[in-house]
Design a protein. Structure first.
Length: 321
C-alpha cells in the first residue's frame, strides 16, 4: 500500500491534525511500523507535523502537542500600540517565534529523516513570490533544513520572514514565509507520485465562521483576511477540485473509459482512494496554543478521523469528515 499524507496549514489548529494522526497511529497503522506514509506533504504546521513523522518521531510529536502553550511557540502580544511602535522603528514582525525556532533546532535533524519516506514541505519567497516544494535532501546541513521548516510556519507581519535559506544547489532564497499563502493544500506535491491512498487532514472548517470582532484593529483584520479567509478559500477550492476530478475519473473507470491527462496525453488520470478529515465547526484562533484549547482540538481531530475511517472502510471509496 503506497499511502500519501497531505497536511494543511493552520497554526495552533495543527492540534486537530495531531488528534487525527493519533487515531491513525492507534487504530489504522500496524503497531511499530516505521514511516507508514510513502509520501508526506505539508505546509505551515503541516510541515512541522510532517517532518516529525518523516523522522519516525511520533512519540515526541505527541509529547510536544500534549505539553504545548503559547510561550513554547512565540513571545509578545498582539496589541496595537506596541506593535505600531515596533513596525515604526524597523521591526519586521509583531511577535517573536524564537521559542519555535529553538524547538525545531532541538528536534529536526537531516540524519534522522527516514529515506523510505518522501517528505515535502512548502515555502514562499516574498522576493519572487514563488512557491517551492522542498525535500530534506535539498539541503546540505541541519541549519538550512531547520530554517526552511521554520519559514514554512511564518505568517507575514505576525512573525519575521526567514532572511536566507541556501539549498544544495547553492541557490539563496530570501525573505521566506509560510507556503500556505500560495499553496495551502499541497495535493499537487503527492498525486503525481501515483499513491494508492491519499489521506488529507485539513485544520480548517470548510465554512468560514462569522467574527464580529475581527475588524476592531489592524492585526485582527490582517489575521482574519489572510490566515482565515484567503488561505481557507485556497484550500477549499483545491480540495473541491481534487475530489471532483477524482469522482469523475472513478465514474469513467466504472464505464471502462480512461480519461487522459491534458498535460500528457500518454498518461491516464487515476482515481485515488481518499480520506478527508476536517473539523465540522471552526477551531478558533490560529495563535491560541493554550492547553485547554489544544486538548479540545486534539480530541475533535481524533473523533473526526474515527468517523472518516469508519465511512472509508464501509464504502471503500471516498470518506470526508
Amino acid at each position: 500500500m503506497k499511502r500519501a499524507l497531505v497536511l494543511s496549514g493552520g497554526g495552533a489548529k495543527g492540534a486537530f491534525q495531531f488528534g487525527a494522526l493519533q487515531f491513525i497511529f492507534e487504530k489504522v497503522i500496524p503497531e511499530g511500523q516505521k514511516c507508514p506514509f510513502a509520501i508526506i506533504a505539508g505546509v505551515s504546521v503541516g510541515a512541522l507535523n510532517g517532518v516529525m513523522l518523516a523522522m519516525n518521531k511520533y512519540p515526541m510529536m505527541k509529547e510536544i502537542w500534549e505539553n504545548i502553550d503559547n510561550s513554547k511557540v512565540y513571545t509578545g502580544k498582539m496589541k496595537t500600540f506596541p506593535a505600531i511602535l515596533k513596525i515604526a522603528f524597523g521591526n519586521r514582525s509583531v511577535l517573536s517565534n524564537s521559542p519555535l525556532a529553538n524547538l525545531i533546532s532541538k528536534h529536526v535533524n537531516l540524519s534522522d529523516i527516514d529515506q523510505k519516506c518522501d517528505f515535502r514541505f512548502g515555502c514562499v519567497s516574498l522576493v519572487d513570490g514563488e512557491y517551492r516544494a522542498f525535500r530534506p535532501d535539498d539541503f546540505n546541513n541541519n541549519k538550512d533544513l531547520q530554517a526552511a521548516i521554520l519559514a514554512s510556519t511564518v505568517m507575514p507581519i505576525v512573525w519575521e520572514p526567514v532572511e536566507t535559506i541556501t539549498d544544495i544547489q547553492g541557490n539563496i532564497h530570501r525573505d521566506v514565509v509560510d507556503g500556505g499563502i500560495r499553496n495551502i493544500s499541497p495535493l499537487g506535491d503527492v498525486i503525481d507520485n501515483d499513491p494508492d491512498e491519499v489521506i488529507i487532514i485539513n485544520c480548517n472548517a470548510s465554512k468560514i465562521h462569522r467574527d464580529e470582532d475581527s475588524g476592531k484593529n489592524i492585526f485582527g483584520i490582517a489575521k482574519r483576511s489572510l490566515a482565515e479567509i484567503a488561505i481557507n478559500e485556497i484550500f477549499v477550492s483545491d480540495l473541491k477540485e481534487f475530489l471532483k476530478v477524482n469522482y469523475l475519473v472513478r465514474q469513467a473507470d466504472a464505464q471502462g473509459v480512461k480519461l487522459k491527462k491534458e498535460s500528457d496525453q500518454s498518461k491516464n488520470y487515476k482515481a485515488f482512494k481518499t480520506v478527508v478529515i476536517e473539523p465540522d465547526t471552526p477551531l478558533g484562533d490560529a495563535l491560541d496554543f493554550s492547553p485547554n484549547t489544544t486538548r479540545s482540538r486534539i480530541n475533535l481531530g481524533y473523533k473526526r478521523a474515527e468517523e472518516a475511517f469508519k465511512d472509508f472502510i464501509n464504502t471503500n471509496e471516498i470518506a470526508s469528515h
